[in-house]
Ligand binder design. Structure first.
Ligand SMILES: *[C@@H]1O[C@H](CO)[C@@H](O)[C@H](O)[C@H]1NC(C)=O
Ligand SMILES: *[C@@H]1O[C@H](CO)[C@@H](O)[C@H](O)[C@H]1NC(C)=O
Ligand SMILES: *[C@@H]1O[C@H](CO)[C@@H](O)[C@H](O)[C@H]1NC(C)=O
Length: 152
């Protein structure tokens, strides 16, 4: 190999190593995994670079209703072990309830010391303009880590 050949070879080698590291860091952001809330619903969280995506699962009499969601997080807290996280769940899945004309946005904090994500949410449901004062509900949800996984 001549000099240019060697340079290209080293460049490709380093790129591969860099990409491998990037890939593995995408799979762990501190909050990836399965969580259960105080009303018995589950969320599965996967991580990208500053982003999260996942599935919100609600047990119902006929099985499990599931909804895709997406969000963002930032690293915070002592030693960078906690996270501030926000995600949006459109209640729309043709496989179960269809379009419920509503979304919930969750915003909260992951406390690594407690292993919980402590959130508040606002649910916006469609209303006619004249009833717009009634478009939002606000609530509170705590998600605990769980190894129990339910599938739709
Ligand atoms: C979540 O964890 C807290 C603190 O350990 C506990 O009090 C609560 O009952 C748990 N909730 C659920 C749904 O497991
Ligand atoms: C609906 O079900 C199909 C078939 O199982 C699946 O491919 C698709 O991803 C589901 N859609 C949603 C929004 O979950
Ligand atoms: C959602 O809105 C559409 C009209 O845009 C309506 O046909 C449908 O019944 C609504 N769904 C629910 C669950 O309210």
């Amino acid at each position: 190999m001549n000099r240019i050949g060697i340079s290209i070879y080293i460049f490709l080698l380093l790129s591969t190593i860099y990409l491998k590291q990037g890939e593995s860091s995408q799979h762990s952001c501190g909050i990836d995994g399965t969580w259960k809330n105080d009303l018995g619903s589950y969320i599965d969280i996967s991580c990208g670079d500053g982003t999260i995506f996942g599935v919100y699962r609600i047990p119902v009499s006929s099985g499990v209703d599931s909804y895709d969601f997406a969000g963002k997080y930032i690293v915070t807290g002592k030693n960078g072990e906690d996270r501030i996280v926000a995600f949006l769940v459109p209640w729309n899945n043709p496989n179960c309830t269809g379009n419920s004309n509503s979304t919930s946005s969750y915003t909260g904090i992951y406390f690594s010391s407690e292993g919980i994500i402590y959130t508040h949410w606002i649910l916006t449901g469609y209303k006619e303009w004249a009833s717009r004062w009634a478009t939002n509900l606000i609530g509170h949800a705590i998600f605990n880590r769980t190894t129990n996984v339910i599938k739709s």
